[in-house]
Ligand binder design. Structure first.
Ligand code: NAD
Length: 486
C-alpha cells in the first residue's frame, strides 16, 4: 500500500500535482506506505473558500435536526461496516495494535458520531422571562468554518470527536491530520460523503504543521480552531487563533499521576496501572505515566509490575495477540530511549529484542528518586512507566500536583475520606477513582494548567461549535417612556 494522500476540497480529492511530497513511513518495518501531497497556503485558501461557499449555500446548516441525525448515524454505521479497512490503514500507519484499534478506536470513532446524533436531538435551549414582560430566548447557530488539527497517536478516535461535534451543530470543517498518519482519513471522508454529507461541508488538507497547519489555523476566514496535540504546538496555534480573535480549544499533553494507596484492591490497581501506561503503545495524552506508590506497599507492587511488563507481547501490531507495537517514528524512538540513559531502569530502556526494522521499544519501567527529574516532569509518550514512592496521601497529592500538566489523575483507594480529600485537591481536568481510562462523552474533557484550554464533550462541544444569539420580545404590550413630548 503506497498511495498519494491529497487534499479533499468540495467533495473531491485534488490531484496533488505540483505539491511537495512528504513520505509516510510505517513504524512497523520502516517501509514507505504513502506520500502526502502537502497543501500550501494557496490550497488551504481554496479549501477554506469551498467550505465557506458550502456554509453559505446552507444545505447542511439549515438541514433539520432529524436530517443531521440521520446522516451522523449513517456515518457511524458505515464506519462499523468498513472497520477492517479503517483498522488496517490505522495499523499500518500508526503502528497501534490491531486488537486495540478494532475493539476501541474504530468503535469510538463510530460512537462519536452516534453520540452527537443523540445529543442534538435531546438538548434544550435557554429561555428567560422578566418584568416588564419580556421573553428572552437564547438561540444557537453554527459558528461557521472549523479548523480541526489532529495528532497521530489515536488518529481516528480523536479526530472524529472534533469532526462529529463540528458537523452536528451545522458547521463546515477542514481537518488537518498529522502528516504522520494521513491514510485512515481517505476512506473516512468518502464514507461521510456516501452517508449524505453535502459537498464542501467536510474538507481535509494534508501536510506538515508549520506549513499546512499554520496556514489553516491562521486563515482569517476560519471561525473556530480545535486542536489536539502537544503543548508547544498548542501555544503556537493559540497565538494565531487569538490574533484573529477566533474561538479556540486545545487538548494538550499530560504527565498524569496514578496514585496507588494501600487501601485498595491491589490486583485491580496493578492491572489498571499496566493498561494506563502501556495501552496505545504508551502514546496517549491521558497515560498514567507517573505511578506513585505508598512506600509501605511499593516494593511488592513495583516487583509485580515489572514482572508483568516483561511478559507484555511486543510485536507486529497487525497480529491480534500483540499488546505493544512500535512507537510512531525514529524521532519518537530516540526520544523515548533518551530518558532511559540516566534513569534507574528496572526493565527495558532499550530496543525490544527480535526486531531489525521498526521502532520497537522494550516496555520500560524506571524508579525515580525525585519528582523534579526530567523523566517525571516531561511527557515521554512511549511505553515508559516511571515509579515514585510517597509517605501518606498528602505527599502523594503534593507530588501529583508538582507538574506543569494537569490532564488526568488516577487514584486507587477504597477509603472514602481519602478519596474525597484527594479528588478535591488534585489539579487535573479528570479524576479517575478506581477506574482505568473511561471517558464519558457527555462530560467535559480537557486539562488544567499546560494540558489545555477549554473542554470538549457534550455541552462543552456545543459551546465551542455554536454562536449564541439572544432574542428578546414582549409577551404583552408594555409602557414605553414617551420622550420628546415637551
Ligand atoms: P504535535 O503538536 O506535534 O502535532 C499535532 C498536530 O499539530 C499535527 O497535525 C501537526 O502537524 C500540527 N502542527 C504542528 N505544528 C503546527 C503549527 N505550527 N501550526 C498548526 N499545526 C501544527 O502533536 P503530536 O506529536 O502529533 O501528538 C502528540 C501530542 O498530542 C502529545 O503531547 C499528546 O499528549 C497530545 N495529545 C493530547 C490529547 C488530549 O486530548 N489532551 C489527545 C491526544 C494527544
Amino acid at each position: 500500500m503506497s498511495e498519494l494522500c491529497t487534499s479533499y476540497i468540495d467533495g473531491k480529492w485534488t490531484s496533488g500535482e505540483g505539491a511537495e511530497r512528504i513520505p509516510v513511513i510505517s513504524p512497523i518495518d520502516e517501509t514507505q506506505v504513502a506520500e502526502v501531497a502537502e497543501a500550501d497556503a494557496n490550497e488551504v485558501d481554496r479549501a477554506v473558500r469551498a467550505a465557506r461557499a458550502a456554509f453559505e449555500r446552507g444545505a447542511w446548516r439549515h438541514a433539520p435536526v432529524a436530517e443531521r441525525q440521520r446522516v451522523l448515524r449513517r456515518i457511524a454505521a458505515l464506519i462499523r461496516e468498513n472497520a477492517d479497512e479503517l483498522a488496517q490503514r490505522e495499523c499500518a500507519n500508526a503502528g497501534l495494535p490491531m486488537r486495540q484499534i478494532r475493539e476501541r478506536h474504530v468503535q469510538r470513532a463510530a460512537a462519536n458520531f452516534e453520540f452527537f446524533a443523540d445529543f442534538i436531538g435531546q438538548t434544550a435551549n435557554e429561555s428567560y422571562e422578566q418584568e416588564p414582560p419580556f421573553l428572552t430566548i437564547v438561540r444557537r447557530e453554527p459558528v461557521g468554518i472549523a479548523a480541526l488539527v489532529a495528532p497521530w497517536n489515536a488518529p481516528l478516535a480523536l479526530a472524529t470527536m472534533e469532526m462529529a461535534g463540528a458537523i452536528a451543530f451545522g458547521n463546515c470543517f477542514i481537518l488537518k491530520p498529522s502528516e504522520l498518519t494521513p491514510l485512515e482519513f481517505v476512506p473516512l471522508l468518502e464514507l461521510m460523503k456516501e452517508a449524505g454529507m453535502p459537498d464542501g461541508v467536510a474538507g481535509l488538507v494534508n501536510g506538515r504543521g508549520p506549513v499546512t497547519g499554520a496556514a489553516l489555523v491562521g486563515h482569517p476566514d476560519i471561525d473556530v480552531v480545535a486542536f489536539i496535540g502537544g503543548t508547544e504546538t498548542g501555544r503556537h496555534i493559540a497565538r494565531s487563533a487569538g490574533g484573529n480573535l477566533k474561538k479556540y480549544v486545545a487538548e494538550l499533553g499530560g504527565k498524569s499521576a496514578n496514585i496507588i494507596t494501600p487501601q485498595c484492591d491491589l490486583e485491580r490497581a496493578l492491572d489498571a496501572a499496566l493498561v494506563g501506561i502501556f495501552s496505545n503503545n504508551g502514546q496517549q495524552c491521558l497515560a498514567g505515566s507517573r505511578i506513585l506508590v505508598d512506600r509501605t506497599i511499593a516494593k511488592e507492587f513495583i516487583a509485580n509490575f515489572v514482572a508483568r511488563a516483561e511478559k507484555l507481547k511486543v510485536g507486529d501490531p497487525r497480529m491480534m495477540e500483540t499488546e505493544i507495537g512500535p512507537v510512531i517514528s525514529k524521532a519518537q524512538y530516540d526520544r523515548v530511549l533518551s530518558f532511559a540513559a540516566d534513569a534507574n531502569v528496572l526493565t527495558g530502556g532499550k530496543r525490544a529484542e527480535g526486531f531489525d526494522k521498526g521502532f520497537y521499544v522494550a516496555p520500560t519501567v524506571a524508579l525515580a528518586e525525585d519528582n523534579s527529574l526530567p523523566l517525571c516532569q516531561e511527557e515521554i509518550f512511549g511505553p515508559f512507566a516511571t515509579f515514585l514512592t510517597y509517605d501518606g496521601i498528602d505527599q502523594a497529592i503534593e507530588i501529583a500536583n508538582q507538574s506543569e500538566f494537569g490532564l488526568v489523575a488516577y487514584l486507587w483507594c477504597d477509603h472514602m475520606p481519602t478519596v474525597m480529600r484527594a479528588q478535591d485537591a488534585l489539579q487535573a481536568g479528570t479524576i479517575w477513582v478506581n477506574t482505568p481510562l473511561a471517558r464519558d462523552l457527555r462530560a467535559p474533557f480537557g486539562g488544567y494548567k499546560n494540558s489545555g484550554v477549554g473542554r470538549t464533550g457534550g455541552l462543552s462541544s456545543r459551546n465551542l461549535f455554536t454562536e449564541e444569539k439572544v432574542v428578546t420580545m414582549p409577551m404583552r404590550e408594555f409602557p414605553i417612556a414617551k420622550l420628546g413630548q415637551g
